[in-house]
Design a binder for this molecule. Sequence first.
Ligand code: MGD
Ligand code: MGD
Ligand code: MO
Length: 798
Amino acid sequence: MQDQGNQLPKTARQFPGNEPDAENPFKLLDLRVTPPKTWAAGVPAVMAAMKDLVEEKTFFRGNFALLKMNQFKGFDCPSCAWPDPDDERSPIAEYCENGAKALAEEATTKKLTAEFFKKNSVVDLAKLDDYQIGKLGRLTEPMYLPAGATHYQPVSWEQAFEKIAAHLNALASPDEAAFYTSGRTSNEASFVYQLFAKEFGTNNMPDCSNMCHETSGSALRPTIGIGKGTVKLEDFYDTDVIVIIGQNPGTNAPRMMSALAKGKKNGAKIIAINPLPEAGLMGFRNPQAVSGVLGDGERLADLYLPVKINGDMALLKAIELLLLEFEKKSPGEILNQDFIREKTVGYEEFVKQFEKYDLNTLATEAGITPAAIVEAAQILASKKRIIVCWGMGLTQQPNGVDMIREILNILLLKGSMGIPGGGVCPVRGHSNVQGNRTMLIDEKPTDEQLDRLEKFYGFKMPRKHGYDVVRAIKAMHEEKVKVLFCMGGNFLSATPDTTYTANALRRLNLLVCVSTKLNRGHLVHGKEALILPTYGRSDKDIVNGEVQMISTENSMGVVQHSKGVLDPVSDKLINEARIVCRMAMATLGGRAVVNWQRYHDSYDAIRDDIEQCIPGFENYNKRIREKGGFYLPNAARDEQRFAAQYDYRAPFTMTELPDNRLEDDEYMMATTRTHDQFNTTIYGLDDRYRGVHNERRVIFMNQHDIDKAGFKAGDKVDLFNYDDGIERVAPLFVIVAYPVPEKNTVTYFPETNVLVSVNNVVKESNMPASKYVKIKVRRHSPEVFKKVDEMLYRGEMQ
Ligand SMILES: Nc1nc2c(c(=O)[nH]1)N[C@H]1C(S)=C(S)[C@@H](COP(=O)(O)OP(=O)(O)OC[C@H]3O[C@@H](n4cnc5c(=O)[nH]c(N)nc54)[C@H](O)[C@@H]3O)O[C@H]1N2
Ligand SMILES: Nc1nc2c(c(=O)[nH]1)N[C@H]1C(S)=C(S)[C@@H](COP(=O)(O)OP(=O)(O)OC[C@H]3O[C@@H](n4cnc5c(=O)[nH]c(N)nc54)[C@H](O)[C@@H]3O)O[C@H]1N2
Ligand SMILES: [Mo]
């Protein structure tokens, strides 16, 4: 470990207006709690969006950009991956409050210059909290931290690439490098990035999917033959039932609310399954429709099921049990027997397992009354077209893959797969995370994909599967990975087990981060580190004086172009694709088979070759210039062609009920997002819909649990986890009484990632199970800071 900054006095975390306080580094702010909202969006949302633009001193710049966001000739919103309407787009605004906040973050005119880094040491910067770090402004030039240095210093692009090349070429094997991707990277940059990793010789491509929707892909592919959703936006407008499970659309995909409202207006029933009564599931006011500004909010969920954390498996099984019973009573009227016969396999065996289940036991496990489950089953029984949407509430559970398989089982029983108004909708996270995977950013590419690349490029592709995120952290710890290159993201804060991960990162020879803004991930580093500044989605990507166009793929498989509109904050920024090409030329030199200069000079050239290597991109350059872009082929959606190994039918899958017992003093914790953050980027300190203001270090607990443990709402507590026989501590949180199920608690990430063991992963997908963390809650003692002193001192704790 590097002893950087040891000569500095130990000071604690700084807060605005607060003097650093070594006794109490997480001096709490002035928490205010109001009743949770029962509807989302509306006029306050628009006001909140405007406030962010004003605060970022970018009101006019921001508003100009907002008008262009998600328009046919504009740029794709950098926030979530929810699709844009195919034909009708509001001429004024096709954005949401959180899209506007994402833009305000990106469009800020505040700059981080070399002068700033000269004044502030890495250790001092790391003592700021994430909110403060994010507000510092945009990165403007490449910065380098030499071994043993305390401050980042400016470096030319040329020298930066030379340093990367020297480190990469000094490795004993290409597998000692890993190339991380966060989900905003364009298709073009993603394609060259993965190609470089492969030409360099490794499949070590951990990406944010490994913490996000890997679980969905792991469940979907073996059943329906594709790891993606099977519905289009228009399916929401004309369907019978929409189930939203483990997802918070009002905050994380706000434009989905318009689709839900439209579907509901056309007669769809909505079932929401979530331990929290999220505002966006309960009701909605549409800020972009006059009625939303003037009229009353619409009720959204027809049925809300407040499931226990991880009680979903029992709930889904109970619904199936009831559907099978109903079918027995009215054969052929409840299930789609034609579909089951022609399009699925394994039905008989699947049905048989239900002999061992009974409704009451399953209901207790789920934490839902049998009557409410019957109501849910009746809604599904009487309808044909069902869409099921899910998010992190399922994917980040240890048995998440199995739970999604159970969703598939229900849809197969009903024949609601690959039909108009019916199918699966895993709601993706980052705006181009789906495109990243389509472009082959994947630690385990298939032979078929590699064969195609090999045929086109004429060199041997590495075949050995690489490290995903969790495996990469362990490999860094064991010094098997020595160079980590991050294309965007915040590796330290987004990943689990912060202490362990920080120690892993400190062991690197070189950490390189291509970023728009500074984050904690740049401040806990290897022996040497580089920060390479790049354009955001809203920036004009200028090459030879011309603004370039990139493309992205949304949650529903539509590939669209995007062109930034804002003048970049600095003329030293380079786009991500060019950064990759220059790294490739510097590293591979004469060894290169790929013509990197050609890709460096033209996005069109990259797109021409994507067309040759990835199915579905025929006439890419032509079609990407057309209004609204194009859909990628999806045989499950369009032709009901499912898993090839089952003769294109879909297998029913058998799963097990989990054992969710807890010790008397144990609680289950789900980590979630506030309404004021984008992953590790903290826009503000409020969680408006849930009624939490001016503090993030809170833990939601059921009033009954609070009483039972002898606490009161407002009490200060410390949180502990004991997985793997290690004590993990998250100090100083405030209890908020909240309608969560008993023995369940909810906190915000990244603050509680310190409690998530790197070994607490989802079966099969190997994702961190960050919504299934066993914790103990104890009254706060200042002594606890001694346990985390070193982490605090090094700024390794959020
Ligand atoms: N504004 C904004 N937009 C975003 C993001 C952001 O941070 N901010 N992040 C983006 C990214 S990368 C992603 S992946 C998505 C994430 O979007 P979501 O999937 O909505 O993510 P979360 O907020 O983590 O949690 C979702 C919900 O899971 C529920 N939950 C927790 N445990 C359980 C459980 O056991 N069962 C059930 N049924 N529900 C449970 C929580 O109460 C919460 O409502 O959003 C994307 N969009
Ligand atoms: N406990 C817990 N942990 C979680 C989750 C959870 O629910 N609970 N959610 C997980 C999920 S779903 C995800 S997707 C991951 C997210 O993990 P990441 O994608 O790694 O994290 P972000 O916070 O989205 O990354 C933010 C940084 O990206 C950089 N950035 C922004 N835009 C651009 C751009 O256009 N180009 C480049 N090069 N850089 C850019 C900025 O420097 C910014 O600081 O976190 C995961 N971690
Ligand atoms: Mo995500």
